[in-house]
Ligand binder design. Sequence first.
Ligand SMILES: [Cu+2]
Length: 148
Amino acid sequence: MKLMRFFLITLTVLSINSYANQAATDQVKFANAWVKKPMPGMQMTAGFVEIENVTDSSLRLVAVRTSFSAHSELHSMIMVDNVMQMRQVADGWLIAPGSILTLSPGGKHVMLMGLKQNMKNLSEVTLEFNIEGIGWVAVPADVRAPKI
Ligand SMILES: [Cu+2]
């Protein structure tokens, strides 16, 4: 009984410190998470995901992080003098109630920089997303070559 209580307390602390608890992750649904297999010699790549807000209020994706990249940023694409450029977004992205935020090639994406050497050998990695008011949520993502 005492041991059980110890485990429960430990679990609670862990979920507050590192990941959102199950009740919190029930507020968002993640789908189609994947990371582009980096080009040979490249230290950066991009990640994509669909995040659905299944609550009645707005949510905001504010940050991303991984254990295999030194820096991770949220990027959007904008036109500058007829040239597409990517920019880090300052305040993340709002996800309206019931809507899906889509990160996909050519559009919004997760920029992963300073990749660890072994990353190109992995077929699955973990992306962590920070949703304001919920906290960090870990999402498994396939590593795959982009469709050409
Ligand atoms: Cu980018």
